[in-house]
Write a protein that binds this ligand. Structure first.
Ligand code: GDD
Ligand code: MG
Length: 375
């Protein structure tokens, strides 16, 4: 990109749709292939010469600070700014304006997994002398996003946040990564809840400011829901997007962290990632698109498939976990069955013979007796 660029990242949301995982961990700090998601995002920015990132936190801010501190471990200067109450996407960036300087800055939603070429985005913004350039990505259902139709010159014509189907005139949506001239924030009222998508962007368009869309055909995923959280794992494990995973490469597309111990009678079928100190019991099966966190134990004859199991959790003998998510430090008893994108929170203790299906979500630290949950 030539010279260094600053970025501001929005990480203050409650991550409501990812509960119960986000009851204890803010969405950007949830592990993806055993690495806090935000670390993957920060290293992606760094790759393009971003050397300073302002984190706009709100919900559970200490979790960010404890893990990253001033960012020196990652080689990026991190500034943490915490809101007392949610200021909305634009209000949150207005709130950190004093750290942005006067050159174009990158602004990112903190829940996007992408391999976007940020260098090309910044060059496009500068070439066009734009006030704001919005990265766009095609999606099948634009109604969950911000719809951004363009004219033939790449100018943004309209900004329609969460449109209804009858408003859908393009499949291009706001991909949540912008380059902006910080001066566009000058007239935003300080300390007030204010939205880029519903307020500032439509207002700038009305004023006739040059706003451009930058359609990209990069990998793009908004990590908003349990389905997307699993999809992100599948896509990384299958190599659709590259993320550096820690561990030893073994045959059959298995990556094993230090001290991982697999019984000789267990069957592993990759892609599978095992964190440090994972233990796989006799005749257990760990099947494609599974990510096991540090210290996870899979019991005798248990089966785990297409699932994410966070650090420190134990899966009992003969239990089955399919296309689901288990939180940290959980104990799943023997002969349980977890399926259909169900999500169990941190520190749950489940007795034997429980069934968790149909996307059921169980709050952290719940204790469930044997055979209490059936479908
Ligand atoms: N600091 C702060 N304060 N951060 C916030 C606040 C706030 O009040 N509200 C939301 N955020 C952060 C969230 O943590 C998240 O990283 C990001 O802003 C976007 O919020 P979401 O709640 O995930 O929004 P969305 O996914 O419904 O829609 C947004 O992203 C889409 C792309 O994924 C919009 O920008 C859409 O236009 C866009 O298409
Ligand atoms: Mg989102």
């Amino acid at each position: 990109m030539g010279k260094e660029v600053k970025a501001a990242m929005l990480v203050g949301g409650f991550g409501t749709r990812l509960r119960p995982l986000t009851v204890t961990t803010p969405k950007p700090m949830l592990p993806l292939v055993n690495i806090p998601f935000l670390e993957i995002e920060l290293l992606h920015l760094k790759q393009y010469g971003v050397d300073e990132v302002i984190l706009s936190t709100g919900y559970l801010p200490a979790v960010f600070d404890e893990y990253f501190g001033d960012g020196s471990r990652l080689g990026i200067k991190l500034v943490h700014v915490t809101e007392d109450e949610p200021l909305g996407t634009c209000g949150a960036i207005k709130n950190v304006a004093e750290f942005l300087g006067s050159e174009p800055v990158i602004v990112c939603n903190g829940d996007i997994l992408t391999d976007l070429d940020i260098g090309a985005l910044v060059s496009y913004h500068n070439e066009k002398s734009a006030s704001v350039t919005i990265t766009l990505t095609p999606v099948e259902d634009p109604t969950a996003y911000g719809l951004v139709p363009l004219d033939e010159n790449g100018h943004i014509k309209e900004f329609l946040e969460k449109p209804s189907w009858d408003q859908v005139v393009t499949n291009l949506i706001n991909a949540g990564t912008y380059v902006m001239d910080p001066a566009v924030l000058d007239d935003v009222p300080p300390g007030e809840n204010y939205s880029f998508e519903r307020q500032l962007f439509p207002d700038l368009l009305k004023e006739g400011r040059p706003m451009f869309g930058f359609p990209c055909d990069c990998y793009w995923l908004d990590l908003g829901t349990p389905e997307k959280y699993l999809a992100a794992h599948h896509d990384i494990l299958s190599g659709e997007i590259h993320v550096d995973m820690k561990g030893e490469r073994r045959p059959d597309d298995i990556i094993a962290g230090e001290g991982a111990s697999v019984d000789a009678t267990a069957h592993l079928h990759g892609p599978v990632l095992m964190g440090e100190g994972v233990t796989i019991g006799a005749h257990a099966r760990v099947l494609p698109n599974t990510c096991l966190g540090r210290g996870v134990t899979v019991g005798t004859e248990a089966r785990v498939e297409g699932s994410v199991v966070l650090d420190g959790t134990t899966i009992g003998d003969r239990s089955i976990v399919e296309q689901s998510i288990l939180g940290r430090d959980m104990v799943l008893g023997s002969d349980c069955h977890v399926a259909d994108c169900s999500v169990l929170g941190d520190n749950i203790v489940s007795g034997a013979e429980n069934e968790f299906r149909k996307g059921i979500r169980v709050w952290p630290s719940t204790n469930i007796e044997d055979g209490r949950i059936k479908f």
